[in-house]
Design a protein around this ligand. Structure first.
Ligand code: IPE
Ligand code: IPE
Ligand code: MG
Length: 249
């Protein structure tokens, strides 16, 4: 047995049905902080510690892609000190983690309108992506200044340009033209979408890619989410029957 197989079996999971791609809406940092009598930013820092653990737990369980919603295109409306604090957190976290990510074979990808981020944060993300292109274990995919609608708009702009140039006829536009012009066309659609902190909504996350994802919502706030919660989500996923529109008896 490989290391991964024995870890998966010890967790009570089936090695044959580990989701290839897990996406997470990491929600509830503010509520967690409030419940502890702490500032919202302390919730975000604890959320970072959770994320660090979950990246390596997911990799150990054989997950190939982990996409996390770190900052939405709508989160800019938050108070200035929270937005600034989040930008600073992301910069410092990436600076402190990059060597360990490389050593662990984790490939970093970042999707969203990165040109609207502070230049030092954008440069740090670009460096992390460049330095991990040959890493072959988990792909750790961060959605930052990401909006599902903005992603589709950006894809449509590229397609419209081809139509204007005369290289593509409107009648020939297929779903694959949209898919292949999204931010990360090489990453398969998520098998499992986890949302922490109980809200039953997508909040503009991966609108196109989650068409057939299995959804798991836990009341646990993100800073309190741990390996056992991840295993519980995967165990729930393994009990689902995926049908993709077909009749499955
Ligand atoms: C999620 O936690 C993190 C981000 C959106 C950056 P929240 O900050 O949304 O926490 P709640 O929803 O207010 O509890
Ligand atoms: C979604 O959470 C965004 C992230 C987790 C980064 P929000 O807290 O922004 O979502 P809403 O506002 O509750 O829908
Ligand atoms: Mg929230």
């Amino acid at each position: 047995m490989t290391d991964t197989e024995s870890i998966v079996k010890e967790a009570g999971l089936s090695p044959a049905r580990i989701p290839e791609h897990i996406a997470i809406i990491m929600d509830g940092n503010g509520r967690w902080a409030k419940a502890q009598g702490k500032e919202r930013l302390e919730g975000h820092w604890q959320g970072y510690r959770t994320l660090k653990n979950i990246v390596y737990d997911a990799d150990a369980l054989g997950v190939r892609y982990l996409t996390v919603y770190g900052f939405s295109s709508e989160n800019w409306v938050r108070p200035e000190n929270e937005v600034d604090g989040l930008m600073d957190l992301m910069l410092r976290a990436m600076q402190s983690e990059i060597e360990e990510l490389i050593e662990s074979g984790v490939r970093v990808r970042v999707s969203g309108r990165l040109h609207e981020l502070p230049p030092d944060l954008r440069a740090e993300f670009e460096s992390a992506m460049n330095r991990t292109t040959t890493c072959h274990r988990l792909t750790f995919h961060l959605a930052i200044n990401y909006g599902g609608r903005a992603e589709v708009v950006d894809a449509v702009r590229t397609i419209a340009q081809k139509v204007q140039d005369g290289t593509l006829a409107p009648a020939d536009i297929q779903e694959s033209h949209i898919s292949s012009n999204l931010y990360a066309p090489d990453i398969p659609d998520p098998d499992l979408l986890i949302r922490t902190a109980g809200e039953l909504r997508l909040s503009n996350f991966l609108l196109w890619e989650t068409a057939y994802s299995e959804i798991y919502v836990t009341p646990t706030c993100w800073p309190a989410f741990d390996r056992d919660h991840l295993i519980a989500a995967i165990a729930d996923y393994q009990r689902r029957i995926r049908k993709f529109g077909a009749v499955v008896e």
